[in-house]
Ligand binder design. Structure first.
Ligand code: NAD
Length: 515
């Protein structure tokens, strides 16, 4: 192992010379197959993690059920206090954990740290929520009656996560789920097991210090089969899944078929629309970051750029110039803006998308190749690409498919209505962004005939949401909402309780059933 990788792993208490147990439910173990974590920058193997065996998964499910029975009776503000301590522990390791995200996932340093910050932020939010997860008192039509809407803990929540946010997405779910009084079981991506073990160690320390069963934040490192077993298990009350549309469709159907609760956060295909009156000095860097940031591996990455005809040439000239300045390389180097793709398979997907663009006669105005010079040839580095397909017709595959790589497709429009139609006319509905200074355009964009995405921004790029609002997308993005807003309401079970304080027992709607 390189000295640098060893230093990062050691700082997070991850062993470098032995196999790492990938299962936690109060005790660490792992007797399933080995997962290899590979660095996307250098190709080196960072660690070998022991997955959960099927038997261990069942043991962990039993333990999480027990832990749920314990934690549901701990008063919510007391749970908030534990979360506050988790928040402090994460903040203290922000730089180290951020570095591990860069090392294992491949995103640049500030984005890795930002991801840990997002976990810290959602803990803050959930600490507040722990005193505010209120129900309601509803007016009854019957004298001497009260109706309450009561929120109680839900049970066991399983969180299945994608590779591209190996820390924050668990954070969004765990913080709300824990504040709500649930036990949470995490199945991380099979390509980012080290981040999951490191995060779980930090949380576990705080739980154990407070005498809370570790299985309230259990970990089962595993692959597709582990994910399937969790999805099928009736011991899991809510499955919160973040990942591709393809897998989300399977997960959604499986959980539905056993009438479990499911929350889906799936792929995006996000557009930015630039009007002639946009402030180009703001729009250009936002599109640049949206399309290239995290090497195009955010669910909210800008994949489609719709330019008004009158500014299209000028905008593209300036954007190309910006692309030519991108500093590509080691994600842990301070100056780097573009790191590698996460896996060699992702490089193949990128190459296939470029091949398809060429085959349909799209003009590739920049990029389109791998970086093959040393040392970039050691990793999964690809050139950020801008293409202009011949047609902007959203029916074409290229406009309808999420390619998880830095490929930006450009279309030219004449009227805002046309651009909104293109924006909406794809299966996905995650993020969208309009650049204008005209309030009338803003009204159209956020109104009934406007963008149908879950995130509808104005003079803000598609990427980089804060935790305060509910995050998620519509249509084939799955309709799930996580993080802020009312997202917490999905992590509890609601009951309507009608209580009669009177000496009579009248029926609702005046129904007479006298005997
Ligand atoms: P993926 O769908 O390949 O994997 C996601 C998770 O599902 C992994 O933990 C994987 O092990 C597990 N899995 C695979 N097959 C399964 C099955 N049959 N049953 C149960 N679990 C199974 O996704 P990925 O490549 O890791 O992540 C990229 C995708 O995630 C992109 O589409 C991206 O847009 C999406 N994403 C969405 C959001 C959002 O909030 N909407 C956030 C991040 C990523």
């Amino acid at each position: 192992l390189s000295t640098r990788a060893a230093t990062i792993l050691n700082a997070l208490d991850l062993p470098t010379n032995t196999e790492i147990p990938g299962v936690y439910d109060g005790a660490w173990r792992g007797s399933g197959d080995l997962l290899e974590s590979k660095c996307p920058t250098t190709g080196e193997v960072l660690g070998r993690v022991k997955m959960a065996s099927p038997k261990e998964l069942h043991e962990v499910l039993d333990k999480t059920r027990e832990a749920y029975r314990y934690i549901r009776s701990v008063p919510a503000p007391k749970r908030g206090e534990i979360l506050r301590q988790v928040r402090e522990a994460l903040a203290a390791k922000r730089d180290e954990l951020g570095a591990l995200v860069s090392l294992e996932m491949g995103k640049i340093k500030t984005e890795g740290q930002g991801e840990v910050q997002e976990f810290v932020d959602i803990c803050d939010y959930a600490v507040g929520l722990s005193r505010m997860m209120n129900g309601r008192v509803v007016a009854s039509e019957r004298p001497g009656h009260s109706i309450l809407e009561v929120a109680n803990p839900l049970g066991v929540v399983s969180v299945l996560t994608a590779f591209n946010f190996p820390v924050a997405v668990y954070g969004w779910n765990f913080a709300l789920s824990f504040a709500a009084g649930n036990a949470t079981i995490w199945k991380p991506s099979e390509t980012t097991p080290l981040c999951a073990v490191a995060v779980t160690k930090i949380i576990a320390q705080m739980l154990e210090k407070n005498g809370i069963p570790g299985a309230v934040s259990a970990l089962v490192t595993g692959d597709k089969c582990t994910g399937e077993a969790i999805t099928e298990s009736r011991d899991v009350d809510l499955v919160s899944f973040t990942g591709s549309e393809h897998v989300g469709r399977i997960v959604g159907k499986t959980v539905q078929s056993r009438f479990g609760k499911v929350l889906l956060e799936l792929g995006g295909n996000n557009a930015s629309i630039i009007m002639p009156d946009a402030d180009m000095n703001l729009a250009l860097p936002a599109v640049f970051f949206g399309a290239i940031g995290t090497a195009g591996q955010r669910c909210t990455s800008t994949r489609r750029l719709y330019l008004h005809r009158s500014i299209a040439d000028e905008f593209l000239t300036k954007l190309r110039r910006l692309y030519s300045t991108v500093r590509v390389g080691d994600p842990l180097a301070d100056s780097t803006l573009l790191g590698p793709l996460h896996t060699t398979k992702a490089v193949e997907t990128y190459a296939a998308a470029i091949g398809h663009l060429r085959s349909i006669g799209a003009e590739i105005i920049t990029g389109g190749e791998r970086y093959l010079d040393s040392p970039l040839d050691q990793g999964n580095f690809v050139q950020p690409t801008i293409s202009i397909p011949k047609s902007a017709n959203p029916a074409d595959k290229i406009w309808r498919t999420e390619t998880f790589a830095p490929v930006l497709n450009v279309g030219i429009f004449d009227e805002l209505e046309q651009a909104i139609e293109w924006n909406n006319n794809v299966p996905q509905g995650l993020s969208s962004s309009l650049w204008t200074r005209d309030i009338r355009n803003v009204g159209k964009w956020i109104g009934p005939a406007g963008s149908d995405a879950g995130i509808v921004n104005v003079n803000v790029g598609t990427s980089g949401a804060e935790i305060g609002a509910a995050f998620g997308g519509n249509k084939s993005t799955g309709w799930g909402r996580e993080s802020g807003g009312d997202a917490w309401k999905q992590y509890v079970r609601w009951s309507a309780c009608t209580i009669n304080f009177s000496d009579a027992a009248p029926l609702a709607q005046g129904v007479d059933f006298s005997i």
